[in-house]
Design a protein around this ligand. Structure first.
Ligand code: ADP
Ligand code: MG
Length: 385
């Protein structure tokens, strides 16, 4: 009996659909290899977006079912590997999700992601307090909580409202008392419900938060990024190529290699690192004695290593934590406290060094002639801290 051709196998595989992306695995570029043995054994390798993909067995069953329908097949083997970062980026492009429609964020002037290598270093606390501090300086500010698993922005900014939808079917971002517009997965899931999504779904959620939310005019959109260098950072780079990131680290020198990884990722996807923020720096007692509980100097070390400015150190502070817990940013409630002052200083640096007049989405093609040369490929030549 004659063996099936690779073309025939591939044709069959077009019936294997990724249930989340709703496209077939051939079209998605997820068929890594097809091996046809002389005895009719067919081995197919499918590339997944994440190693622990929960729908692996779906692919296994569907590939076996489809390929075994061909004449001459004696057995079907299914192997798996994982798409490289470049391949995943390609997949997102295939999905047509790599770009926001023209104008989606036309009125947003600066986008800044707050990133770190690991969780628990104070990204969300700093994002919330920086947003409130920048708003207090008279700017319009939004915060997009990109940590869909560990969302904390509604709580830290004290927002107890649910988003409403306007006549144009856009979602209205709930506004905190500080005037900061917010969007978070926390508004859409029940308390503490776990959100378990693969990268491509995260990408889609992030895209919707950018496209379908009526952010309006914003001087600053801050992104509270999830820890690590994963899919969200990559999505951010694709959806918001002009975004910059600030990297948060704790002071102990041993933490720097972890933090540096997020900078490395930023470099790979061509996102500018605007600076480093050291958080949980020395704690000073009312008597004036300072304890460096988490060590010293790590922020400066990382900034030097990356060749970017240290935007500031924020001390360990019980008030900062308490105020975050009760949704009452310290930068507003006790602006002159040591941590409040430190974060306000960082906010002022950010303001002083961001080009407020440039809308985010303008490209070299759509921009007016005067500013076109400053955009696109040359965007990196804009003033940096
Ligand atoms: N400078 C600080 N002093 C004291 N507690 C802090 C400080 N920064 C953050 N925290 C606390 O540490 C915990 C983790 O902070 P969080 O902002 O949630 O980190 P991340 O978003 O990086 O995971 C929170 O309980 C927060 O209140
Ligand atoms: Mg967080």
């Amino acid at each position: 009996m004659s063996l099936p051709t690779e073309e025939q196998v591939r044709e069959k595989l077009t019936a294997v659909i990724d249930p989340e992306l709703r496209r077939n695995i051939v079209e998605l570029g997820m068929v890594r290899s097809i091996e046809i043995k002389d005895d009719g054994q067919i081995n197919v390798t499918v590339s997944l977006t994440t190693p622990g993909c929960p729908i692996r067995s779906h692919f296994q069953d569907a590939v076996v079912k489809q390929v075994s329908q061909l004449d001459g097949v004696s057995g079907v083997g299914v192997g798996f590997d994982v798409l490289s970062e470049d391949e995943k980026a390609g997949l997102m492009q295939t999905l047509g999700r790599g770009k926001l429609p023209q104008g989606a964020l036309a009125q947003v002037k600066n986008v800044i992601g707050i990133a770190s290598g690991k969780g628990g270093v104070g990204k969300s606390t700093l994002t919330a307090n920086l947003a409130a501090a920048i708003a207090a300086e008279g700017h319009s500010v939004g915060v997009l909580d990109c940590d869909v698993y560990g969302y904390s922005i509604p709580r830290m900014l004290g927002v107890d409202l649910k988003p409403e939808v306007n006549a144009e079917r856009k979602i209205l971002p709930p506004v905190a008392e500080s005037g900061v517009r917010t969007m978070s997965m926390g508004y859409f899931v029940n308390d503490n419900a776990a959100v378990v999504w693969r990268g491509a779904m995260l990408h889609k959620a992030l895209q919707q938060f950018l496209e379908d939310v009526a952010w309006g005019e914003l001087d600053y959109l801050l992104l509270d990024l999830p820890p690590g260098t994963g899919d969200v950072a990559m999505s951010m780079a694709q959806l918001l190529p002009q975004a910059k990131i600030a990297i948060v680290t704790t002071p102990q020198p041993a933490a720097q290699s972890v933090a540096a990884r997020s900078a490395e990722m930023a470099g790979k996807v061509d996102v500018e690192v605007m600076g480093v923020i050291e958080n949980m720096a020395g704690f000073t007692t009312p008597g004036g004695e300072t304890f460096s509980i988490f060590g010293e100097g790590g922020g400066e070390m990382l900034a030097n290593e990356l060749g970017v400015p240290l935007l500031g150190d924020v001390p360990l502070s019980e008030e900062l934590r308490e105020h975050a817990d009760t949704g009452n940013p310290l930068t507003i409630d006790q602006p002159d406290s040591p941590a409040g002052e430190a974060i306000r200083g960082i906010a002022r640096k950010i303001i002083a060094n961001t080009p407020r007049e440039l809308p985010m989405i303008q490209t070299a093609q759509t921009a007016t002639p005067e500013i076109a040369p400053k955009l696109g490929k040359n965007a990196r030549e804009l003033p940096v801290l």
